[in-house]
Each structure stands twice: as C-alpha cells, then as structure tokens.
Ligand binder design. Structure first.
Ligand code: DAH
Length: 340
C-alpha cells in the first residue's frame, strides 16, 4: 500500500506539473482526490490493515493528500496568473505606435468666397435665406414682371419639369418668396444653384451659382444700392477696387445696371482676361420695379428697394485668378489643395 501511495503521489505530481489548462487541472483533482478518486479508494481500503499499520498508512495517505492539494491549488493560481498576463499582453495598447494619418480636406474656392460674402452682408445686417432650385415659373418669371413671351424669358432657356415647374434660372425667385412671406423692412441675401441650358466652356456651365440680394424699406434709393455694392467689393477685393455702373435692362428693376469691376489683371488697360475691355462684369442690379412690389402686396408709394444678383463663379475666378470655370467643377485634387 505504501508503494501504491508513493506511485499515486509521483504520478499525480507529474501530471499537475505538466498541466497547463484549468479544466485539465480540475479533471486531475477529481481523478486523484475526488469521491471516486484513486487516493480515496486507497483510504477506503484501509480497513483491511492491521491495527499497527493503519495509523502509519493513514498518516502517509494524508500527507500525500495534502501534498497533492497544495500542488493543485498552487498550479491553479499559477494558471490564473498566466491567463491574466496573456490577456493583458493581447489587449495591450502601444501608445508609441505611429497614428493613422487623416489628411484634412480644404474648403472649395466657391465656398470660401461664399462664406466671405455671407460674412460681409451679415455685417451689414442682412439675413441669409434659402430657396428651392426646382421652382414655379410664376416665381422665376411672372411675378418678376417677366410674363410669358417676354424676350428675357427666352434668353434664359432652362430645364422644364412641367410647363410651370422648372429648374430656376436665377436666384431672383427668392425675392418674390421673401416679399410674399415677410413685411418690410427686408434685407436678405440668398445664395444658391441655378440652371441654364448653356454648353460648357471656359466661362459657361449649365449649373452655376448666384447670390441674390434684396433690400426693401422706406426711402431706399439707387444711392443705397451703389454704396452697398461698393462696400461689398472693397471688402472682398481691397480698397483700391473700382466699380463701374453700366445702364442695363432687367424686367424686375427700374432703373437697372450691370456692375463691372476694373480688371485685376491689367488694371483697366485691357488684356485677354477682360477681352480688351479693362472691366469685368460682376453682377446685375437695380431698383426694384414698382410692379414687382405690387405683385407681392407691397405698396410702392410707401416702400422702395434695390436688388442685385451676383455670379459666384465669377467672384471666385476674379479673386483667385482662375481663367477657366471648369476647374471649379472638376474636383481635381491638384487644383483644390492650392486653397489650403
Ligand atoms: N437675375 C439676373 C441674372 O440672372 C441678375 C440680377 C439682375 C439680379 C438684376 C437682380 C437684379 O436682383 O436686380 O442675370
């Protein structure tokens, strides 16, 4: 029996030593120390021993039991510690590792000038409003004093959805929407996309951007328009900028003017950019036609106003010396990163 005990001790100790898994260790515990375990079996058979042998063997068996219990407990703890160590190592965060580079995008030149434009007009007390691009003909033309058959309507050929719904050709439609919704005093700008069936070239695109402006109040004069546009141009292009008001016709303004900016490239002498003119057209403007006020329920004897429509592409092109409008739409990174 002594040999048996010795053998169990050796076998079990070796098995516990080489065990590297908690489940396996538990199986060993059952195998040797469990109710039906090998050591227990020996203890049970102790009855057949003589009275002298019994205490000796009993003591030995208990020693073996204690040794095994201690070995299993120690191994259990070691396995637990190793497991934690492993987990920590797997989940470790290497703070010295180089991060992933996320390149910062840049604002599009059109957005840069638009943001500046909004800033300038907000500074003068204007509100920025929005209007739909799919619009009714009555807002784009009729109520702007441009009835069916008017030549100005034919000039702005566009994309019709139905006979009286179209992609707007001008942001001027927002003038009407604004006057129908709000009572004077009114001072708004409304930037947005407009559409015309124009072929693409260096200065034309079927989709482009405008910014409309409208001021309605008592005693608003053409002088207010001129002063406003001068402040605007100087803030945008610098104090030296020169403006030229050229008489024009728009059905919704009277008098009307197109406003030119002295060519930034040649300083007015005439060059290919300004087509030898020395001036570059920047916007259309005028005093709001009394009929337009009447159409919107505003009494022209009490109120007057001015309006203007700025081509945003043109502003950006002049600002950054861009000679081809297509560059603004191609989204070529090499072009865009220059505006960082
Ligand atoms: N809507 C005109 C265009 O697209 C620009 C314009 C001219 C807007 C005169 C106005 C204005 O508000 O008063 O060419």
């Amino acid at each position: 029996m002594k040999e048996q005990l010795q053998e169990i001790k050796e076998q079990a100790t070796a098995a516990v030593k080489s065990c590297d898994d908690a489940k396996e260790l538990d199986a060993l515990r059952v195998k040797y120390l469990g109710k039906k375990g090998e050591l227990t079996a020996i203890l049970k058979s102790m009855g057949s021993l003589s009275a002298e042998e019994r205490p000796v063997m009993g003591q030995l068996a208990n020693q073996v039991r204690q040794t095994l219990e201690a070995a299993i407990t120690a191994k259990g703890e070691a396995l637990k510690a190793a497991g934690l160590e492993k987990k920590l190592r797997q989940e470790a965060l290497d703070v010295t590792m180089p991060g992933k580079q996320r390149p910062l995008g840049v604002r599009h030149p059109l957005n840069i000038v638009l943001d500046e434009l909004k800033e300038i007009f907000r500074g003068m007390g204007y509100t920025v409003v929005d209007g739909p691009e799919v619009e009714q003909t009555k807002y784009v033309f009729d109520m702007l004093n441009t009835l069916e058959g008017h030549p100005a309507r034919e000039e702005q050929d566009t994309f019709y959805i139905t006979d009286d719904i179209l992609l707007r050709t001008q942001t001027s439609s927002v003038q009407i929407r604004t006057m129908l919704k709000n009572k004077p005093p009114i001072a708004i700008i409304s930037p947005g996309r407009v559409y015309r069936s124009d072929a693409v070239d260096a200065t034309h695109s079927p989709i482009f951007h405008q910014c409309e402006g409208l001021v309605i109040d008592k005693k608003i004069t053409f002088g207010d328009l001129k002063g406003t546009l001068e402040v605007f141009a100087k803030r945008l292009y610098g104090e030296d900028v020169k403006l030229r008001f050229r008489p024009h016709h728009f059905p919704y303004t009277e008098p009307s003017a197109e406003v030119d900016l002295q060519c930034f490239k040649c300083g007015g002498k005439g060059c290919p950019l300004c087509k030898g003119e020395g001036w570059i057209e920047m916007l259309g403007s005028g005093q709001v036609h009394p009929q337009v006020l009447i159409n919107c329920g505003i009494d022209p004897r009490e109120y007057s106003g001015f309006a203007f429509g700025i081509g945003l592409e043109r502003i950006a092109m002049m600002r950054y010396n861009i000679d081809d409008m297509r560059l603004l739409y191609e989204n070529d990174r090499r072009f865009l990163v220059q505006f960082r």
